[in-house]
Design a protein around this ligand. Structure first.
Ligand code: GDP
Ligand code: ZN
Length: 459
């Protein structure tokens, strides 16, 4: 049973016109009441109502902020506890002052990172996969990644996992019956049933794993390098791409704006552009350090945007660079089409597929849409592969899906080699437990702590 009440600033610090301080727990409404001056007594307020008033220091009477206060009674709140949310419109200093006042109230303490979401989980409002999805939502860097995370919060993944577990449990039950009543002598039928059922679940696991791959790419962005010799327009292109793609704004409760500058979304696909300095370095490397060393710098990129100048003939460096990039995913950008053509386009046509050549003029703002469609069709054709993932939450899902697939393979193999059924049962049970861990049914406390500690403060 959770006794204490927690509070934190739930919006990103230092940006935006509005900040929200969230208070959750048994004392949430009382604590808010103690510092809130208004015509209504919020302790008697109905759930899900918004109240206008001032925040004042109860000891000095000093008014700090003009606010809107929202009262949500558990269990119909994000945490399933009583929640009060104070929306202020001031800058960081006054927001901090309001939070300090809240924290001075009895039985209220500062929330740890992820603690609101953790409470939602502990109170049974969401399962572990959903909690992780909340984290992904906060971090998601493109509209598509956002909608995938949103589906997960909605419980889509969890539902699928539960269905699969249902199939496995059925199989387990069947095996159990055979162990308990071996005299039924349905040996042969059981083997084929085990095989069939395992294959059925494995193929569904494969499907999930495939979407997990896609989710991974979308969440993390495709590592992209912009290369080309000096003055072809690399920086201009970067700026054009970054211009209106910086922020993902969500108005889902519990999420905040997240500005991640090194990520841009092009045609719905998030790209992790090697940071500006990195791009300059990479591109200049080609010039200054020669082909050999730039090879290493380019190794990390999943996608390479090779920028050429329409107004000049291909030079030796560029030909070498193209040689170097053979076998990689390259989109050739013929920039400066507003100027007279001197570049040997025919020659490019021999080296690259037509879809991989994009003509544009960054200066005249022409052709960006062609670049967008080139990138998204490359992505959706499955040609873009990305490097390893870094987020533990998704690595965890994928690892468990794979383990459970392996357990089922083991069960099939055991069946094929006539191993006793009670041994096979162990494999099937493992598969069931591994799936359970994804949604937190069999996850230990330490795992749960680890997952929630990855959240940022106020979530
Ligand atoms: P970088 O050295 O490859 O990063 O190239 P920059 O982006 O710094 O651009 C070099 C010069 O080319 C600048 O003066 C740009 O304004 C100019 N430039 C960039 N794109 C175009 C374009 O599409 N057409 C023309 N005419 N000039 C461009
Ligand atoms: Zn530049």
């Amino acid at each position: 049973m959770i006794q204490d009440t927690i509070a934190a600033i739930s919006t990103a610090v230092g940006e935006g016109g509005i900040a929200v301080i969230r208070i959750s727990g048994p004392q949430a409404v009382d604590a808010a009441h103690a510092i809130f001056r208004s015509r209504t007594d919020i302790r008697a307020a109905a759930s899900h109502t918004v109240h206008y008033g001032n925040i004042a220091d109860p000891r000095t009477g000093e008014v700090i902020e003009e606010v809107l206060l929202t009262v949500m009674r558990g269990p119909r709140s994000f945490t399933a506890e009583d929640v009060a949310e104070i929306s202020t419109h001031g800058g960081y200093v006054s927001v901090k002052k309001v939070l300090d006042l809240v924290l001075q109230q009895q039985d209220v303490r500062a929330a740890e990172p992820g603690e609101f979401t953790k409470r939602a989980f502990l109170n049974g409002r969401i399962d572990l996969a959903q909690a992780e999805a909340v984290m992904d939502l906060i971090r998601s860097k493109s509209d598509r990644a956002f909608s995938i995370a949103l589906k997960q919060v909605d419980g889509k993944l969890s539902r699928q996992i539960r269905t699969l577990r249902g199939e496995v449990i059925e199989l387990l039950a069947h095996i159990e019956v055979n162990i308990d009543y071996p005299e039924h002598d349905v040996e042969e039928m059981t083997s084929s049933y085990i095989r069939e059922q395992c294959i059925k679940v494995i193929s569904q696991l494969d499907r999930l794993l495939k979407t997990a791959d896609e989710g991974k790419i979308l969440r993390e962005g495709i590592t992209t390098a912009i290369v080309g010799r000096p003055n072809v327009g690399k920086s201009s292109l970067l700026n054009a791409l970054a211009q209106d793609n910086k922020a993902i704004v969500t108005d889902i409760p519990g999420t905040t704006r997240d500005v991640i500058e090194e990520f841009v979304t092009v045609g719905g696909i998030p790209l992790k552009l090697l940071d500006t300095a990195g791009i300059r370095e990479t591109t200049d490397l080609v010039e200054q350090l020669g082909v050999e060393r730039s090879r290493n710098a380019l190794n990390d990129a999943d996608l390479i945007l090779l920028v050429l100048n329409n107004h000049e003939r291909l030079n030796q460096d560029e030909l070498e660079l193209m040689e170097l990039l053979k076998g990689r995913q390259v989109i050739v950008i013929v920039n400066k089409t507003d100027l007279e053509n001197r570049l040997e386009i025919d020659r490019l046509g021999q080296l690259y597929r037509p879809e991989a050549i994009v003509k544009m003029s960054v200066l005249a703002e022409q052709g960006l849409d062609s670049l967008e469609s080139a990138i998204s069709s490359l992505f959706f054709s499955g040609l873009l592969e990305t490097a390893d993932m870094t987020y533990v939450s998704n690595a965890r899902h994928i690892a468990l899906l794979k383990q459970s697939k392996q357990s089922l393979f083991d069960a099939i193999e055991a069946t094929n080699s006539g191993i006793p059924i009670d041994i096979i049962q162990i494999d099937v049970r493992s598969a069931w437990e591994q799936l359970g861990e994804i949604i937190g049914d069999s996850a230990g406390d330490s795992l749960i702590d680890q997952i929630f500690s990855q959240f940022c403060l106020g979530k």
